[in-house]
Design a protein around this ligand. Structure first.
Ligand SMILES: [Zn+2]
Length: 89
């Protein structure tokens, strides 16, 4: 039979562990979005001081911006295909 008290204490120890790991010694910090190394909370952009990560971040941001522009273009075309006929009528 399972000892209820033992289970309870095990559960308590487990939850204590979780709580102490989230509120314990670890200082609030962010992680580099490329290599996930811990970085300063104030680090902006969210990358470490590694040049490779900085370059990668810049490239990713450029790609993202380009993607957004294309999305707007397609959205514009899509919207125009709806509104265009109404205006031309
Ligand atoms: Zn990094």
């Amino acid at each position: 039979m399972v000892d209820a008290n033992k289970v309870k204490s095990n559960l308590q120890r487990m939850t204590n562990k979780v709580v102490s790991s989230t509120t314990g010694k670890i200082q609030p910090h962010k992680h580099c979005r490329i290599c996930f190394r811990p970085i300063k909370l104030s680090a902006e952009p969210r990358v470490c001081s590694d040049q490779a990560c900085i370059d990668r971040n810049i490239r990713d941001e450029k790609n993202q911006r380009q993607m957004r522009i294309w999305m707007f273009v397609f959205l514009g075309i899509f919207a125009f295909s709806f509104i265009g006929p109404l205006l031309l009528r």
